[in-house]
Design a protein around this ligand. Structure first.
Ligand code: ADP
Length: 266
């Protein structure tokens, strides 16, 4: 199974059955082995991405609380050289950030050519949160979709390959994970009372995500909806999509300068 990019309303499935898809047909080990093949490949290709220097890769991770964004970063980028990858976690904007346009803090974190950038939450929070809390009108959200599409198009034209993943977790699985955060002392620190407020707004978030997916999945910056209830399935699908996109970049080591090759080491 491969993830397909979102293309219009009909390809957006956010029900529980879409969250619980599992690829465990031939055993967990087989799944982990396949994932390792892709994560290793991402590590190899990252070396070439750096040497090649023509492109950057930007991976955007969005999803509800406890949908597995942190785990995805840990698992999918396990073979990447930390020097070549920067992860940015976007929290609620600071007072300074609020005084700027919503893309100000985002643009500066976009990876330069040669690098992988991972956004753990992103500029999409600026459409989701204010829409759910009714802080902006529908027409404001539409304007933001247009700004985002233009921004991402500009990045793509400048060599940034963009992949966006919406980690789709079911309501039941989120409950299990939040409960675990309460009862496991090594996970307590992750629990925020706000998570419960957001959980109460489940349907409003689903609607807001639907809007984002419908209006901002483009050829140059596609969205992928990832079944995220089963973690190994999530990791395999995301790793494969990223590895495939990196293969498509036809990365290459730059040819050596003949003058350098002619040098003699004494
Ligand atoms: P995480 O859940 O990502 O591990 P936190 O528990 O600190 O980290 O949650 C970050 C919070 O910041 C989330 O509730 C998220 O909705 C919020 N946030 C991030 N960006 C924005 C934004 N642009 N506007 C409003 N809230 C935001």
């Amino acid at each position: 199974m491969k993830l397909a990019p979102v293309r219009g309303k009909d390809s957006i499935h956010l029900g529980d059955s879409a969250a619980s898809v599992s690829l465990h047909h031939d055993g967990s080990d087989a799944l982990a082995e396949k994932t390792a093949k892709y994560t290793d490949r991402i590590g190899e290709l990252q070396r070439v991405l750096y040497a090649d220097g023509r492109f950057a890769l930007l991976v955007v991770l969005q999803g509800r609380d406890a949908s597995g964004k942190d785990g995805t970063v840990r698992k999918v980028f396990c073979a990447v050289n930390p020097q070549g990858c920067v992860v940015t976690s976007f929290k609620a904007p600071t007072e300074l950030e609020k005084q700027h346009d919503f893309l100000w803090r985002v643009h500066v974190q976009v990876p330069p050519r040669g690098m992988i950038g991972v956004f753990n939450r992103s500029h999409y929070e600026d459409v989701l949160v204010p829409r759910v809390h009714k802080l902006i009108k529908k027409s404001d959200a539409s304007a933001r979709y247009a700004h985002i599409n233009a921004f991402e198009e500009m990045l793509a034209a400048n060599g940034v390959v963009i992949l966006k993943f919406m980690l789709h977790v079911s309501r039941d699985e989120q409950k299990v994970r939040l409960q675990e955060r309460l009862s496991d002392e090594t996970k307590n620190w992750k629990f925020r009372a706000d998570d419960l407020d957001d959980r109460k707004r489940w349907d409003a978030y689903t609607k807001a995500y639907r809007g984002v997916l419908e209006h901002t999945s483009t050829a140059h910056a596609p969205w992928y909806i990832v079944p995220a209830d089963d973690k190994p399935t999530r990791d395999l699908l995301i790793a494969r999509t990223i590895a495939d996109a990196m293969e498509d970049m036809t990365l290459r080591y730059p040819p050596a300068d003949p003058a350098v090759l002619a040098l003699e080491i004494t």
